[in-house]
Design a protein around this ligand. Structure first.
Ligand code: NAD
Length: 479
């Protein structure tokens, strides 16, 4: 199936008529083509967005709310079709796409449809100076939204919904590895009555189509989610152009388990936080630290539970671990098993690629647990972004805090304990944008979302996203 760019409310071929193959991770076959877009396509998309801006930025909030709610409803109506497309493109189990990815994409539109009606700005009375200041929060104009392959529609809409709710027009690019649901979103937006040009979706490679968006002089803000190296590159390109940037980047998140935790709840959740979506979630807890008294028990129970996870075709409802997203990614993840062995890590389970009967060319891998002797080894420091976790014991709170913070990333952390004072101490000291206590991946869309250190700059989510996608202007009136 060929997919096309979505520009000015129409599906169109790329200007150069060049195409890229799209692979199905479950069987390794090419099943379609996507535009290999260039600067020319981004320019056409930019002009459509710029043309639409004056009208869209002046629509009433009531009207924007209605349009975004209709998009949300249409995503829900297309749940099965979108979940199938997401699963086929990404390799994730179809039940997961149905339960999480697509409902969350609908929630993103619903949330920002309503959030914009509650968004307010500040006013400051300059006492004794007979003046009042107020802040106008105006849409920026044309903004760029660039997203990765791991949660394709979920993250794509997480950016687009607040951008258009705030009155901007968008040039967006999904990952070239998972373009399918972004393609289908175009039709949904047209049917929901989103005016043409408000959202334009360009498909293609990062270093051509993506690069054209980030270096476009008149696309004044970029919201990016993806790898840390790409984020650093975008920051270098955008800085001299004085663009506003929101960068949501990689992670290497600690999962800290104390002996006083609710053990069964912790175990269930840790299996999920380690291997959900084949470990390809930026928030997965890939470094597991366990307090010494329960280390042996945890190791035995965790290995047993992980060995039971069914690796299978994404459309099989019993599948717990689907396919990894691409062949190069599978190879990269597997290379860390060799690195672990060189570093004297002990492979407690998994570690190998899997050849599924009938799908021998799919990109499957066993969920893998590596016991490490030191937190400083590469498997414990570098983002692997696949079904590999490390485990190691710790003795004291201070020791585990130091290990948790001793990585370049700072996206999320999880702490399992019932000790309130310890919770208060650790949640303050952990270097992360989000700390979960006795849970994982529980999300409230009103909260600020983002990372510290090499995990990014800026926050999205809730009013933070609406602040990012607006330019504050101070008006001072003397009377
Ligand atoms: P990636 O950086 O390779 O690509 C992300 C997007 O950027 C893609 O659409 C890609 O085409 C585009 N891109 C690449 N080069 C570009 C350039 N020069 N200019 C503009 N755009 C360019 O990341 P990926 O492999 O798709 O995703 C995995 C990474 O994303 C992991 O590091 C993961 O931790 C991170 N991630 C972070 C979050 C978060 O919220 N912090 C969420 C999900 C994934």
């Amino acid at each position: 199936m060929n997919i096309q760019n979505y520009i000015n409310g129409q599906y169109v071929d790329p200007v150069n008529n060049k195409w890229l193959d799209n692979y199905c991770p479950a069987n390794g076959e090419i099943y379609g083509q996507i535009p290999d877009s260039t600067k020319e396509d981004v320019e056409v998309a930019y002009i459509a967005a710029r043309t639409a801006f004056s009208e869209w930025s002046n629509t009433t909030l009531d009207e924007r709310n209605r349009v975004l709610l209709r998009i949300s409803e249409d995503i829900e109506k297309n749940l099965d079709r979108l979940a199938e497309a997401e699963s086929k493109d990404n390799g994730k189990p179809i039940w997961l796409a149905k339960a999480v990815d697509i409902p969350r994409a609908a929630s993103n539109f619903r949330f920002f449809a309503n959030a914009i009606t509650q968004f307010a700005s500040e006013s400051h009375e300059s006492v004794g100076q007979n003046a009042i200041n107020y802040t106008l929060r105006q849409p920026i104009g044309v903004v760029g939204c660039i997203s990765p392959w791991n949660l394709p529609l979920y993250l794509f809409t997480w950016k687009i919904a607040p951008a258009i709710a705030a009155g901007n027009c968008v040039v967006a690019k999904p990952s070239e590895i998972t373009p399918m649901t972004a393609y289908l979103l175009g039709e949904i937006c047209t049917n929901a009555g989103l005016p043409k040009g408000v959202l334009n979706i360009i498909h293609g490679l990062g270093n051509t189509a993506g690069q054209a968006i980030i270096e476009h002089p008149d696309i004044k803000a970029i919201s990016f989610t993806g790898g840390t190296a790409t984020g650093a590159h975008i920051a270098r390109v955008a800085a001299p152009l004085f663009k506003k940037l929101s960068l949501e980047l990689g992670g290497k998140n600690p999962n800290i388990i104390f002996a006083d935790c609710d053990y069964e709840d912790m175990l269930d959740t840790t299996v999920r936080s380690s291997f959900a979506n084949q470990g390809q979630i930026c928030l997965c807890g890939s470094r597991i630290f366990i307090e010494e008294p329960i280390y042996e028990k945890f190791r035995a129970d965790f290995v047993k539970r992980v060995k039971e996870l069914k690796i299978g075709h994404p459309s099989d409802p019993g599948t717990k671990v689907g396919a990894l997203v691409s062949k190069p990614h599978l190879e990269k993840v597997l290379s860390y098993v060799d690195i672990a062995k060189e570093e004297k890590g002990k492979i407690l389970c998994g570690g190998k690629a899997v050849s599924l009967p009938d799908y021998e060319n799919g990109y499957y891998m066993e969920p893998t647990i590596i016991e490490v002797k030191t937190d400083e080894c590469r498997v414990n420091q570098e983002e692997i972004f696949g079904p590999i976790v490390t485990i190691m014991p710790f003795k004291t709170e201070q020791e585990v805090l130091e290990m948790a913070n001793k990585v370049k990333y700072g996206l999320s952390s999880t702490v399992w304990t019932n000790d309130l004072k310890r919770t208060m101490r650790l949640t303050k000291e952990l270097q992360a944008g989000i700390v979960w206590v006795n849970t994982w991946m529980l999300r409230d869309l009103r909260t600020p979302f983002g990372g510290v250190k090499d995990s990014g700059v800026g926050r999205e989510g809730g009013f933070e996203a609406l602040r990012f996608f607006t330019e504050p202007k101070n008006i001072c009136i003397k009377y």
